[in-house]
Design a protein around this ligand. Structure first.
Ligand code: FES
Ligand SMILES: [Fe+2]
Length: 431
């Protein structure tokens, strides 16, 4: 539980707030390259850290991220014309390049230098792995792109999706590190009866989750601060003299890395604050050893597992939402699945958005399964407070810290989970 004041500090992301300033120290993903598919194409509205922005791709294929309103008399540049040399406001024809310079001001005399004095806010953009990233903080403070292993595998091994989520980013992160919920929210009703069938499947494939996840319904949770954020371990007794451990990482400032979809298929989420009440949930998937297949891509694009089914259009809004009760099927819920909601990602939204836009954390009752959540909140608040005192976050300038994996492992009872060589090897990225 947090006090109301702490909850404010945790969740507010506008410029000038402690958390908003912390977020501005990092590079953040804001669109996929395919959201701006062609030079001189349609601009796309972007809201990021509470700021109203506009993204567009110029004639040379470079992307600009600029303030949305024209500095002349504040018309919305979304309606602008994406012309040969920049974006032209439709009200009086002022034109701006991707760096925010006014490059044409037809309402003033040809020899006027007024246009050289007008500049709109623009942020630097980097395109990497089919995604667009920006940095909204002070340009004189060093910042590196996070060096995830995702970026070091071939394009054929990568898959990315994102969608809007109608709640504050912190409760989305907390959902991402809360591995206690998968036994319930994402379970089928016969999950615990199927242990034997799963075990046979696990013996065939070597998948530890199939073998051991359902064996112990009362996992114990442990959490520790690390250089990149917080590591959480969920420990289950195998009944065979070992513990089955699943690791779930929080990486500053808004990433979570669950154990992955298999030993060679990994993913991380970025829960990027669009404003105090809205979040972009990103899923970056990569295979360490092989291309992602066509059928997998097709399935994920249409909505499956951690990827929501999306409405058409640039907004990336899920089909299933609070407005239609996530298309819950009560018959399915009675007979087959815990929720009756068809897609795993949307199951997450039903609980996270169901908390309200900003969870009232002073009303919670946290238990022993919430240790990772408690540590993560404290870490974020501590980093934000340290920055207010002048200490820059170390992770923002050290992309190499993000070069790691998560996973699961069998460890003997007496192993020290977070420092055991087997755990460390598991978390080492090698591509
Ligand atoms: S408001 Fe944009 S040119 Fe006048
Ligand atoms: Fe979940």
């Amino acid at each position: 539980m947090l006090s109301a004041g702490e909850n404010e500090r945790l969740t507010r992301v506008s410029a000038g707030t402690p958390m908003g300033e912390l977020m501005r120290r990092y590079w953040v993903p804001f669109l996929m390259s395919s959201d701006l598919p062609e030079p001189d194409g349609e601009p796309v509205r972007v809201t990021l850290l509470g700021e109203s922005l506009l993204a567009f791709r110029n004639t040379d294929g470079e992307v600009g991220l600029i303030q949305r309103n024209c500095p002349h008399r504040w018309a919305d540049l979304f309606f602008g014309r994406n012309e040969e040399r920049g974006l032209r406001c439709t009200y009086h024809g002022w034109m701006f390049d991707i760096h925010g310079n006014c490059v044409d001001m037809p309402t003033e005399a040809e020899d006027s230098s007024f246009k050289d004095k007008v500049k709109l806010t623009s942020y630097p953009v980097v395109e990497r792995g089919g995604t667009l990233w920006t940095h909204m903080g002070p340009s004189d403070v060093p910042a590196e792109l996070p060096g995830f292993e995702f970026f070091s595998v071939p394009e054929s091994h990568q898959f990315v999706s994102w969608n809007r989520q109608e709640n504050n980013f912190a409760q989305a992160i907390e959902g991402g590190i809360d591995s206690a919920h998968s036994n319930f929210l994402h379970a089928s009703l016969d999950a615990f009866r199927r242990t034997d069938a799963w075990r046979r499947e696990g013996e065939r494939t070597g998948n530890l989750r199939d073998l051991y996840h359902a064996r112990d319904r009362h996992p114990k949770f442990f959490a520790e601060d690390t250089d990149y954020g917080v590591a959480t371990g969920a420990r289950r007794d195998t009944g065979e003299g070992d513990y089955y451990w699943r690791f779930n990482l929080f990486l500053l400032p808004f990433y979570t890395m669950p154990p992955g979809l298999g030993p060679q298929q990994k993913f991380f989420h970025a829960f990027v604050p669009l404003d105090d009440q809205t979040t972009a949930r990103w899923s970056f998937v990569w295979n360490t050893d092989r291309p992602i297949t066509g059928p997998e891509r097709r399935l994920w694009r249409r909505g499956y597992g951690i990827h929501s089914e999306l409405q058409p259009g640039p907004e990336h809004r899920p089909v299933r939402s609070m407005a239609n009760d996530y298309l819950i099927d009560r018959y399915d819920q009675k007979h087959f699945s815990f929720t009756g909601i068809a897609i795993l990602a949307d199951e997450d939204y039903s609980v996270q958005e169901g908390m309200g836009r900003i969870e009232p954390r002073h009303q919670e009752h946290l238990g022993t399964s919430d240790v990772g959540i408690i540590k993560t909140r404290r870490r974020l608040l501590r980093e934000a407070a340290a920055l207010m005192d002048g200490a820059e976050p170390l992770t923002a300038a050290n992309g190499r810290l993000y070069y790691l994996r998560s996973g699961d492992a069998l460890l003997p009872h007496d192993a020290e989970w977070s420092t055991d060589p087997r755990t460390l090897e598991l978390m080492t990225a090698t591509r």
